[in-house]
Design a protein around this ligand. Structure first.
Ligand code: GDP
Length: 431
């Protein structure tokens, strides 16, 4: 049985916590896209961790954690991350890395940084982890697959060929020092030695695991609105954030993905540039940011303050639809307990017309939020385990949003810890 955990919005919805929780029942957890540019925050009995590359199943000793072929693999960062958890007494997890995954090269990070510098105020707000240059090279067919590290003749020839092109860009576009091929080759040799113990033919491994009836969890990074095709292009990430891509980025048949858990936060936050219709500013935003998440809404990778907004039904309905949602996990609901009233964005006004359909970017830029205000519940809801014990206004908020988005909210997260979770029966779900 294959399940996916993905985001409905701009990322940071709390997927790490939901994955960590669902991983309890999983034999295998797989990252299928993205790189070390975003992070998951997980709170468990070992402490609080920010993971960037490792799947969120690494804290259980019954799970195998897999880095799928769709990931942008930064080998030194992976090694550091393994070290950082084992240093804090987490037992060494069982980790497998696809032999088809491609490597983030040192020059990808440099090119990312130089390009952001060149663009200045018009930059994409990249985390400078090399993700866009990495995926560009992958599809331009000049990326390095992990398997290629083990063919010395191929490697040497490819390094020389690729570096010729990179050096022209480095010298003439960015006016930066050129790459020395022999130095890069040495770096790649060290990468080869680091990654060797983890390499696996992952699609074959998964084929056998599915045959054996294992529970497999696909862990997405970011959310629908950051998808390069279906998101707010060009303010998107460079690999698909959709559950459908899990089949490709892990290497398993699409029809094996039976359950898609789409994580939706009870309010909105976003990092980086791009249209954000329900965004709020000033003191109202500062307060939500301060109280948000677990210790404030600041990027897990960069520490940057996140942009804040009220819940956006238009974006979330679309976000759930594009994921193929079977279950919505509604997270961070506890944070809203301080508000007398809670605005919810139920529509977009574009050129004088109101719509509930999420538009293409050019139209999105013109959209103004239409808010409806719901009464708050003004109490702490952490610790509550049964849906019926939530305050009436809190349940009204959940049910109002469920109706607006049209997908069943079956899990409600009311705190950062593994057990801060409420299971709910939804009339929108038959089983
Ligand atoms: P991800 O990238 O989707 O995994 O999201 P992040 O980990 O970046 O952001 C979610 C933040 O919210 C983390 O700090 C979590 O510990 C925290 N969190 C997750 N669920 C809840 C919740 O229900 N309540 C509260 N207060 N914090 C939560």
């Amino acid at each position: 049985m294959v399940k996916a955990v993905v985001g409905a919005n701009w990322g940071d919805e709390g997927k790490g916590k939901i994955t960590d929780m669902l991983a309890r029942e999983a034999d295998i957890v797989i990252r299928f896209q993205g790189g070390a540019n975003a992070g998951h925050t997980i709170v468990n009995n070992y402490g609080k961790f920010a993971l960037h590359t490792l799947p969120s199943g690494v804290f259980y000793n019954h799970t195998t954690s897999i880095i799928g072929n769709g990931v942008a693999l930064d080998i030194p960062i992976l090694m550091k991350e393994i070290q950082s958890i084992t240093d804090r007494n987490v037992p060494m997890p069982k980790i497998l890395v696809s032999d088809r995954v491609q490597i983030v090269m040192p020059y990808h990070k440099l090119l990312d940084q130089y390009e952001e510098e060149r663009l200045g105020g018009k930059s994409f707000g990249s985390t400078k982890s090399g993700i866009a240059p990495f995926y560009s090279d992958k599809y331009a067919k000049i990326g390095f697959q992990v398997s290629e590290l083990f063919d010395e003749v191929l490697l040497k020839e490819k390094v020389e060929r690729v570096i010729e092109q990179k050096n022209i860009i480095l010298e003439h576009l960015y006016h930066k020092p050129a790459i020395v091929p022999s130095e890069l080759l040495d770096t790649l040799h060290s990468y080869r030695d680091m990654i060797k113990p983890f390499i696996c033919d992952v699609s074959q491994y998964l084929y056998e695991a599915i045959e054996a009836g294992k529970n497999i969890l696909l862990e997405g990074q970011l959310g629908t609105l950051k998808d390069p095709d279906h998101g707010i292009y060009p303010m998107v990430t460079s690999s698909s954030t959709l559950a459908a891509y899990g089949a490709i980025g892990a290497g398993l048949p699409p029809y094996e993905i039976k359950e898609i858990y789409t994580v939706c936060k009870a309010y909105s936050s976003a990092v980086g540039a791009g249209a954000f219709v329900s965004e709020i500013f000033g003191e109202e935003a500062d307060e939500l940011r301060r109280r948000g998440g677990d210790g404030g809404e600041y990027g897990a990778t960069t520490g940057r303050p996140r942009r804040m907004g009220w819940f956006d039904c238009v974006a979330s309905k679309y976000g759930c639809r594009m994921q193929g949602t079977t279950d919505v996990c509604f997270t961070v609901l506890d944070v809203l307990g301080y508000l007398d009233e809670i605005p919810v964005c139920t529509g977009y006004e574009i050129d004088g017309e109101i719509t509930t359909q999420f538009p293409v970017t050019a139209r999105l830029e013109k959209a103004k939020p239409v808010f409806e205000t719901l009464p708050g519940w003004k109490t702490e809801i952490r610790g509550i385990k049964n849906y019926d014990e939530l305050p009436q206004n809190c349940r009204n908020y959940v049910e109002f949003i469920e109706k607006q988005i049209g997908y069943p909210i079956t899990l409600i997260s009311n705190g950062p810890a593994r057990d801060d979770i409420i299971y709910r029966k939804s009339s929108l779900k038959s089983k």
